[in-house]
Design a protein. Structure first.
Length: 676
């Protein structure tokens, strides 16, 4: 992506949030600029395509202010060794000041005196080499040196404090491409989550005891919430590797008594090398509804002791894995020593597509439509996809090649572990079945289909796609029908929601139902959540005799704020009374696009008559029938044709067509109904 470089401040560059999101760095990260690298964060810039860069970074990159440069997202490893010249005197303090900074051979780096201990002077040095290279990010365990370690150093010669590799890499195939490992496949699309967790581990377990030095509250670690098979343990392993921390995994599946839990945790705190991270997973087995119920008090006490001990131990952090925070004792998950919950989302369509591509990298394959596989695998976790690929491999083990049909067959014979959450549906008809409404279909295409299929359109102009759409107008004008057709056109799962499904008299149940319906839609993304009769579900707060609807409105506001900018999940509401909906739901960022569906005009009624499945006799003039149905909605017109067909069957049980006489009788019945 091309940016115009303008003067900024060192050491961190600044860019527009929407442009960073288009780069895949919504919260910032590391990018390549010219001949160097820089960490960039979202912030205020004069123009969306502007990148604010400090003078030192500009000099290292060999780029002049005012020039236009290509900026690319990069994933740099944590540097084990950085060779510099000249060597600074206070090496440990310099490393602490540089944690998180990308370094590239040739960079000239200055550490201001303000970032060093009192009475220390600013230091300037040049980066000569980085190992592993060619560039890297300074971590708490990075060593500044005047020489590189010997390249032929064997694994047995490594210092005892060096983190062990998490998984052996696979050799390259005959084409020179190294197929991904199982962990790499499960990590597909989770770069942001890995980077976030690695940052927390660097902060809590890094050298220098940064939380204490910076006057931060005591923190033990982070909760990682991930559905089974969606890459939770793999994210923890990769984050620890990037942070340069030793990882100690403790499986809680085989812990049956509090005394055993205490022994494991004591040993982990005592024996884990520093910097280190203790990974407990899954917490539900000991602190969930079905956990050690007979020892709930003792288990809670042990976990609280563990969190307090880790928080007070320099160089040590914990990551606690859960399948769902809602299923764990809140006295643990709500602890102030665990201030952050990092959620690993179920694979969306794009991530499932990448997982299929990664998982089949080493298998002989022909022409495979990975986009189709991603769309057809809603509800599949990363582990489910790997299982389907293994099943498909067994089907071609006699020398054949994987193809799309084989993989689709394997998918059909694999039970998705996330399927219990509901996968929605993709309707069987598209816009061709929608009579008229050309302007409505165009606006829905712009607001829903473009963000899913062409997100770069929005990134170019520095805007987020709309998070919600409201269809309003008289009953029977085709609001539900057109949304179903939209889901087909977008290839998105369709989740219709009625108010009765969410409203529950018990405290907290309605709010949980709202969260669950959004979670189901995210699991099957790309998806459309359709709230019919939104005015009944989310009326103006304070107007109802019960507080349940007020709670539902608050939950909807929270969830809709999380939808904005995603593009792969769209919330659409429909109502006959827009004035009855709580105004907070109608502002920008929520149900912000309002599309009016009025009663169909003559051309729209004629379009419906031309595509109807009801066989009409040659004596029926569609133009005359369109004129005769003035004021009828699409639903009324469909009902009229149904009534005419029933009249025909009433007259002749073997009738094959509807005549004008049958239609006139049906029109009279509709007129009598309106007079009542």
């Amino acid at each position: 992506m091309r940016f115009t470089v303008r003067p900024g401040t060192d050491p961190t560059a600044t860019a527009d949030r929407a442009m960073l999101a288009a780069l895949g760095l919504p919260s910032g990260g590391v990018v390549s600029i010219g001949e160097s690298h820089a960490r960039v964060l979202p912030g205020r810039v004069p123009v969306a395509t502007t990148l604010l860069v400090g003078p030192a970074t500009l000099a290292n990159a060999g780029v002049a202010a005012g020039s236009t440069v290509d900026v690319k997202r990069v994933m740099l490893p944590t540097a084990a060794t950085v060779v510099v010249e000249p060597m600074p005197a206070d090496v440990r303090e310099v490393v602490s000041a540089l944690v998180g900074l990308p370094v590239t051979p040739g960079d000239e780096i200055t550490v201001d005196a303000a970032r060093l201990p009192e009475e220390a002077e600013a230091v300037t040095f040049t980066v000569r080499a980085v190992a592993p290279g060619p560039a890297g990010v300074v971590g708490p365990g990075t060593v500044l040196s005047d020489t590189l370690p010997m390249p032929d150093e064997s694994p047995d010669d490594r210092p005892e404090t060096a983190p062990a590799p998490t998984e052996a890499s696979t050799p390259p195939d005959d084409g020179g491409h190294r197929p991904p490992t199982r962990s790499e496949a499960l990590l597909t699309g989770l770069d942001q989550e890995v980077e976030t967790l690695a940052g927390w581990i660097r902060l809590l377990a890094g050298e220098g005891n940064l939380p204490t030095a910076w006057g931060l509250p005591e923190v033990a670690g982070v909760i990682v919430e991930a559905p089974p098979g969606c890459g939770g343990p793999e994210v923890v392993a990769e984050a620890a590797r990037q942070a340069g921390a030793h990882r100690r995994d403790i499986s809680l599946d085989l812990v049956f008594k509090p005394t055993r839990l205490l022994d494991l945790l004591e040993a982990a705190i005592r024996d884990t090398p520093r910097p280190g991270v203790i990974h407990l997973e899954p917490l539900e087995t000991i602190a969930g509804d079905d956990g050690l119920s007979n020892y709930r008090t003792q288990v809670g006490a042990v976990l609280r002791w563990f969190l307090d001990k880790v928080a007070r131990t320099p160089g040590l952090a914990t990551v606690i894995g859960v399948r769902s925070v809602a299923g764990v004792d809140p006295t643990v998950t709500g602890s102030e020593l665990l201030p952050r919950t990092l959620r690993i989302p179920p694979p969306d369509s794009a991530r499932r597509t990448a997982l299929f591509d990664a998982a089949t990298g080493r298998i002989p394959r022909g022409d495979v439509d990975f986009d189709l596989l991603g769309a057809r695998s809603a509800g599949f976790s990363g582990a489910d996809i790997l299982a389907a690929v293994v099943h498909a491999s067994a089907m071609v083990a006699d020398g054949g090649e994987l193809d799309t049909e084989t993989l689709l067959t394997a998918l059909a014979e694999t039970n998705p572990t996330l399927g219990a959450t509901g996968l929605g549906e993709i309707p069987s008809f598209g816009f061709e079945a929608v009579a008229g409404l050309a302007d409505v279909k165009q606006r829905l295409t712009e607001a829903v289909i473009w963000p899913m299929t062409q997100p770069e359109r929005f990134a170019r102009l520095g805007i987020d796609p709309p998070g919600g759409i409201l269809l309003w107008g008289p009953p029977g004008t085709g609001k539900t029908f057109v949304v179903k057709a939209l889901a087909n056109e977008a290839g998105a799962a369709f989740f219709p929601v009625k108010g009765a499904e969410l409203l529950d008299k018990y405290v907290g149940e309605s709010e949980r139902a709202v969260r669950e319906v959004f979670a189901r839609a995210r699991a099957a993304a790309p998806s459309i959540l359709f709230f019919d009769e939104l005015d009944a579900l989310a009326p103006i707060r304070g107007s109802s005799t019960t507080s349940v609807t007020d709670s539902v409105v608050a939950s909807l506001l929270t969830e809709l704020d999380g939808v904005t900018g995603r593009g792969d999940l769209v919330a659409i509401g429909a109502t006959n009374r827009r004035d009855l909906i709580d105004p907070a739901l109608l502002r920008s960022g929520r149900f912000e696009v309002h599309i009016h569906l009025a009663l169909p005009d003559r051309s729209a009624r004629l379009a419906l008559l031309r595509i109807t499945d009801v066989p009409l006799d040659d004596d029926v003039s569609l133009d005359d029938l369109a004129d005769a149905t003035e004021g009828l909605s699409f639903a009324d017109l469909t009902g009229l044709l149904r009534e005419a067909a029933l009249v025909a069957l009433r007259t002749d049980a073997h009738a094959l067509e509807v005549t004008w006489e049958h239609l006139e009788e049906a029109l009279d019945a509709f007129a009598d109904r309106d007079l009542e």
